[in-house]
Design a protein around this ligand. Sequence first.
Ligand code: ADP
Ligand code: MG
Length: 603
Amino acid sequence: MKRLSPVSWSLLLLVLAFPLLPVPEFWVTLSNYIGLSAMVALGLVLLTGVGGLTSFGQAAFVGIGAYATAYLSTAQGCSPWAGLFAGVLLTMLAAWAIGMITMRLSGHYLPLGTIAWGLSLFFLFGNLELLGKYDGINGIPPIRIGHFSLDSARSIYFLIWGWLLLMVAALGALLHSRPGRAIRALKGGVVMAEAMGVHTVRLKVIIFVMAAMLASVSGWLYAHMQRSVNPTPFGLNAGIEYLFMAVVGGVAHIWGALLGSALLTLLKDQLQTLLPALLGSNGNFEVIVFGVLLVLLLQTSRNGVWPLLTGILKPLLPASRPLHTVQLADALPLEQRSQPAAGTLVLQVQQARKQFGGLVAVNDMAFSVHAAQIVGLIGPNGAGKSTMFNLLTGVLPLTAGSVHFHHQGQMRVISGLPSRDIAALGMARTFQHVRLLAEMSVLENVAIGAHLRHKGNDVQAVLAGLLHLDRRIETRLLAEAYRQLQRVGLADMAGAEAGSLSLGQQRIVEIARALCADPVLLLLDEPAAGLRYQEKQQLASLLRQLRAEGMSILLVEHDMDFVMNLTDHLVVMEFGTNIAEGLPQYIRQHPAVLEAYLGGIDA
Ligand code: ADP
Ligand code: MG
């Protein structure tokens, strides 16, 4: 974990010791509210900002946590700690069940789904006799720690903020670990993440459950602080406000959750006294002001206030330190796959067909790739080359035909398998349209490729990440990523944001990411596009070196000189069909190829 600077230490101390200062009680109460909503917003940062999943329904999970403990500690006379346990357990089950259904939804269906459950849980709280209907439950006891009763704003403050800061630290650790990178990869699109071997649906459910648990603990604390609950704070309005907080603060930044909660809680407090006086009547007018402010803010800073703030403070903050190259050099190398002997059949495509409605994009294609061979797949634009890649890697299902891939000395059918399983067998790819996470460092982008180099249960991995227990494997993975960057000649760029590189360099970063998977077969979709002459030469010598090390490569490329000088075998596609294949010298003179392809391209 990063060492804290003296400024951060002082701030941390100030926050923790705040109630000990001679500040008015009301300030402490407000801080408690800020802390409670920041917990929920923190879950939303993970879910929405990092994972790309929008939820309007977090308030319902706060409600489950609050009502569970309210009911148990009043009607059943249980201790608040039993209430916490029951509330979190119930939330986990509910979130898991809801997540299994809704996390498969895409686009607008997911936010709509979250609105639906937000509303239904609200009405459930309001209609259950057991939960006191719309009047709620009163007489909730305070939390006790040993002989201490947390019955004042000042005393419960320590629990709220202590827990919140712990969660901030834990999430920060998680996001810079292997499962955290996989979570961040979700934003780069499901296709990319799955191609790196990430089980995207499972990860989405996991972060959804985590966000719900954070909300639930906030509800537990709220119930015992307030000493009473009713359905209002757990309705859809509240759900929208939590999302506001996360977005205003900066939904992609952990600290944005705290900042957003502080800004909105303070603003709401001011507006609730100011607006009725100004307008002469009561009502939830602050919601309108929030809406207007949000629109204004998003016009000026789409990423919220946190990036604005760090932008202003940047000159004051210590510069980020270079990567710990020494530490990386000491890391134990990862285990490597044994490559099949040169000449062994590694990929066999038989009568592969893909139809998009009436369009036959790939028409009964057949070809094969042998170990330690570079095969070029060429053809005019729209010939079906990228579609062929998608069929091989499991992104698209075949309409007919089959694909076999080498696995433990045998050829095994891979058509029909999901991308991540094909990746696990040793097929790694790059994308024609680069899919990197622009705001993530080059090194971390490359490390996503090593996702499958460490096996293990996703839930355990996330827990280890949160608790910072995975540092050894983490160093090994980063060292591997650094080694691959050295291999492709971009080690100098390891610490840069991927989005700051030229497009040509980004393509090379994609190759490094694919190499991180230690593949048997490397699929490169137009890797030399956008490269300068010198860079193309370097790429060609890298690919030759990989071939010499026994790797098999399938390559789509338009630059004929590049392809002719590099490949061992060429397959020519036109309108989805294999029109010729053979040695480069042979293809160069093939009449059908000259007519169909070389004549038609603006080389
Ligand atoms: P290439 O990579 O050789 O330039 P593509 O494989 O991208 O060609 O495209 C082959 C054909 O399939 C094109 O006519 C393209 O418009 C079509 N195509 C590709 N993907 C889809 C899709 N998802 N849905 C419909 N048509 C598609
Ligand atoms: Mg293409």
